[in-house]
Design a protein around this ligand. Structure first.
Ligand code: 5GP
Ligand code: MG
Length: 171
C-alpha cells in the first residue's frame, strides 16, 4: 500500500499538537473524549504528551452507510461517557470527512453542559465537508482518498499500522 504519512511524521506532528494543547489549556483540568474505534491510537499517543490534569472518556458513533458515500442515520453509544458538566472537553476523532459524525457528537455533548468543547482530528479530508465545522486542532489535511492505518480501518483491519496508507481501489 502507498504510504501517505509515514510513522515518524505522525509522531512529530503529535508532538506539536501536544505542545499546543498543553499551552492552550494552561493547567486546567480537561476530559478528552475519544471517538471509538478510530481515535484510539491517536488518543493513546496524544495523552502521553500532555502534562495536564486529565480524564479520558470514550464514545461510539456508528453510521449506517449505504452503497454510496452518503452517510445514513447516526447512532450514538454514550454509556461510557462520564459526567461532563463543568469540564473542559476535547473531542478527539481520527478523521473529519463530511462532518456528519462530529456534528452529531458535538450536539450530543453540548447537552451534557461542558464549560468548553473543542475538536481535535488527526486528519481532515479536503473537499469533502458538507457541514461547516472548524476543528481547533488538526494533524494533517489529506486528499480525498480512502486511508487506513494509525487507528483507521477497512473492515476493522489495518488499524495497527503505524503509518497512514492509501487503500488501493479495486479495478
Ligand atoms: P464523517 O461523518 O465526517 O463523514 O465521517 C467520519 C467517519 O468516517 C470517520 O470517523 C471514519 O470512521 C470514517 N471515514 C471517513 N473517511 C475515511 C477514510 O478515508 N478511511 C477510513 N478508514 N475511515 C474513514
Ligand atoms: Mg470513526
Amino acid at each position: 500500500m502507498e504510504v501517505l504519512i509515514p510513522a515518524d511524521r505522525i509522531q512529530r506532528r503529535i508532538d506539536e499538537l501536544g505542545r499546543q494543547i498543553q499551552h492552550d489549556y494552561a493547567a486546567q483540568p480537561i476530559t478528552i473524549v475519544g471517538v471509538l474505534t478510530g481515535s484510539l491510537i491517536f488518543l493513546a499517543d496524544l495523552v502521553r504528551r500532555l502534562d495536564l490534569p486529565l480524564r479520558i472518556a470514550l464514545i461510539q458513533a456508528s453510521s449506517y452507510r449505504g452503497a454510496t458515500t452518503t452517510p445514513g442515520a447516526l447512532r450514538i453509544q454514550a454509556d461510557l461517557v462520564p459526567d461532563l458538566r463543568g469540564r473542559h472537553v476535547l473531542l478527539l476523532d481520527d478523521i473529519l470527512d463530511t462532518g456528519q459524525t462530529l456534528s452529531h457528537l458535538i450536539r450530543h455533548l453540548e447537552t451534557l453542559e461542558p464549560i468548553s468543547l473543542r475538536i481535535a482530528v488527526l486528519l481532515r479530508k479536503l473537499g469533502r465537508q458538507s457541514i461547516p465545522l472548524e476543528p481547533h486542532y488538526c494533524g494533517f489535511e489529506i486528499p480525498d482518498r480512502f486511508v487506513v492505518g494509525y487507528g483507521l480501518d477497512y473492515n476493522d483491519e489495518y488499524r495497527h499500522l503505524p503509518h497512514i496508507a492509501v487503500l488501493p481501489t479495486p479495478s
